[in-house]
Design a protein around this ligand. Structure first.
Ligand SMILES: Cc1cc2nc3c(=O)[nH]c(=O)nc-3n(C[C@H](O)[C@H](O)[C@H](O)COP(=O)(O)O)c2cc1C
Length: 312
């Protein structure tokens, strides 16, 4: 690396400097090697939603990645330079042997590729923009899945699902003053502390766009005598809420009157999975009654209030 007295790095050196600091920091964990390359006022940005990182935060994030992927290797596949700008196309590989993004080690090989655009000023990088395919990473860690060809016949799977007994909920949201909702049996508790639940909603549902942009959703678990309500919300139409009795919840979503239990949920993640979106969230209000729930099994609806409990 050749530097001249005023610490201005001549253009041909920049590529070599980036390559060597990059290899030291990412592949060998010598993050202080970045001090020569990155200005003290360095800012790293990742898309409009990402929180900018300063130099120390960036070094800390490299340490965290290396703890999760100790055998990390990064190939610089292309470097293009123009004026004060330098673009790098890179590809990183490593085995996931330490916790990362809350995921315990999976032992899986992970490959992520992306591009970084750096701007030089006064001989050092002052700003950097990084973009990479986060789907590739999340999928490799098993956080999300992309639908691949069906491995099992869908009728067979449908037959299996018919053996699973569920309740029936109405999942609702307030869409800028318009109540929207649909019947959902794909509802589950996730955790009690903190209280979290999930619902799965098909992207083709007309309620889906409103749910996707909402901050909160409502879940009303229907009572045995609410078969008519289930039919309304299993159907289509803009008049669903004109046909049943409902009350706005404290956080906005409409809640069905006469339901045996009702929740309001602050939406957390919206995970794309096959044809559906899995909405997870934190329960922010809850109430239940003594009414028996409506039961859905094998494509039919049941009132189980007169069934005998088995000895346990
Ligand atoms: C018992 C029952 C359970 C249902 N569960 C779900 C579900 O979990 N997720 C889903 O997206 N649709 C589910 N549906 C289908 C929707 O309620 C139905 O497609 C509805 O017409 C969608 O309305 P929308 O397009 O107005 O939102 C279920 C229907 C029934 C009858």
């Amino acid at each position: 690396m050749s530097r001249i007295a005023d610490h201005t790095v001549t253009a041909p050196d920049r590529v070599a400097q980036v390559r060597s600091a990059w290899r030291a920091a990412w592949d060998q964990g010598e993050v202080d090697a970045l001090d020569d390359l990155l200005s003290p006022s360095y800012v790293r940005r990742r898309g409009p939603a990402g929180t900018p990182q300063d130099r120390e935060q960036f070094k800390e994030s490299i340490r965290a990645v290396r703890e999760a992927f100790p055998d990390l290797r990064t190939e610089i596949e292309d470097v293009v330079e123009e004026g004060d700008g330098l673009a790098v196309r890179w590809r990183s590989t490593g085995r996931h042997t330490g916790a990362f993004l809350g995921v315990p080690p999976t032992g899986r090989p992970v490959e992520v590729s992306g591009a970084t655009f750096a701007r030089f000023g006064g001989g050092a990088v002052t700003e950097e923009w990084v973009t990479f395919d986060s789907r590739q990473l999340l999928e490799a860690l098993g956080i999300i899945t992309t639908a691949h060809g069906a491995a099992v016949d869908s009728d067979l799977v449908r037959g299996v699902h018919r053996k699973f007994i569920t309740g029936v909920t109405v999942v609702t949201t307030d869409d800028d003053g318009t109540p929207r909702g649909l019947a959902v049996n794909a509802f589950s508790s996730i955790s009690l502390d903190p209280p979290m639940v999930l619902v799965c909603v098909q992207r083709s549902s007309s309620t889906h766009p409103a749910l996707h942009r909402a901050s909160h959703l409502g879940i009303s678990i229907l009572a045995a005598e609410q078969l008519d309500v289930a039919k309304v919300f299993a159907g289509k139409g803009d008049d669903k809420f004109d046909r049943i009795a409902w009350t706005p919840g404290a956080f906005g979503p409409p809640l069905i009157d006469g339901a045996c239990a009702r929740l309001e949920v602050e939406i957390g993640e919206r995970l794309e999975a096959g044809s559906h979106t899995v909405f997870t969230g934190r329960v922010v209000s809850a109430c239940h009654t003594d009414l028996a729930p409506l039961v859905y099994s094998g494509g039919g609806f049941f009132d189980i209030s007169h069934t005998a409990p088995l000895p346990w």
